[in-house]
Design a protein around this ligand. Structure first.
Ligand code: ACK
Length: 222
């Protein structure tokens, strides 16, 4: 019945504690503010606007998408493949409500999304679905050959009309290029780290110091 179906959440994931959400948002905003002033970024601006515009305000371009989190399993209230199996996994029930420290190792920007890459520990990988990367194969063909956890991210913002699910695809695309031997063109040494360009409006800032962020493993019902 409908009540039973409601017992599964929209998704499981790590939720950044609210006190640090602003920290992460500010860091991302500062990065965007700097990025859109860089000559190397302006050179590729048409990949964002589709026109030969001279400027784009990236802080306006991307819209925030609710509470900051790293999705482990999108369950869609039980309608998604493997939702029930995931919810019943030993690690999921054991760790539900537990505190973790997430390592945000990079920021990335594409014409569609801005996000943070999350580098998962062995323990955190116990909560990662085996098929999370494979599920992205129809969008990013090389995704299935990437290591488990490659898709882990925090969505920081999406362009108008873009859904948050896109952020993980954008990250996988960049990682697939890296795996294929493309390290990106080093564009700029920034205070936060090294900025590399991967073509088609894709930028990756590898953080010199990963951000270590407290987060709780839980679920979201909406
Ligand atoms: O930024 P995200 O990881 O992308 O967090 C949101 C969250 O679930 C609520 O929408 C993610 N999401 C949406 N659809 C999917 C999907 N088909 N597969 C994986 N994650 C998804 C979205």
């Amino acid at each position: 019945g409908p009540l039973e179906e409601m017992t599964l959440p929209l998704y499981f994931g790590w939720f950044l504690v609210s006190a640090v959400q602003d920290n992460v948002r500010c860091t991302a905003m500062d990065f965007l503010k700097t990025l859109d002033t860089l000559e190397v970024f302006k050179k590729h601006l048409n990949e964002f606007t589709g026109k030969a515009e001279k400027e784009v305000d990236l802080e306006q371009y991307f819209k925030a998408k609710g509470t900051l989190h790293c999705t482990t399993k999108f369950c869609d209230y039980g309608k998604a493949n493997g939702a029930k199996e995931y919810a019943e996994k030993q690690a999921v029930t054991d760790f539900y409500g537990s505190a973790f420290e997430l390592s945000l190792s990079a920021l990335f920007v594409t014409p569609r999304t801005v996000g943070a890459r999350v580098s998962l520990t062995e323990e955190q990988l116990l909560l990662w679905p085996d098929d999370a990367e494979k599920e992205a194969e129809s969008v990013v063909p090389a995704a299935a050959s990437l290591p488990l956890g490659s898709r882990a991210h925090v969505t920081l913002g999406c362009a108008e009309g873009v859904e948050a699910v896109q952020t993980g695809f954008d990250l996988l695309e960049i990682l697939a290029l890296q795996q294929a031997g493309q390290q990106g063109e080093v564009a700029e040494e920034m205070e936060l780290g090294t900025l590399a360009y991967f073509g088609e409006g894709r930028w990756l800032l590898s953080l010199r110091e990963p951000m270590r962020i407290p987060a709780f493993f839980s679920s979201f019902y909406g």
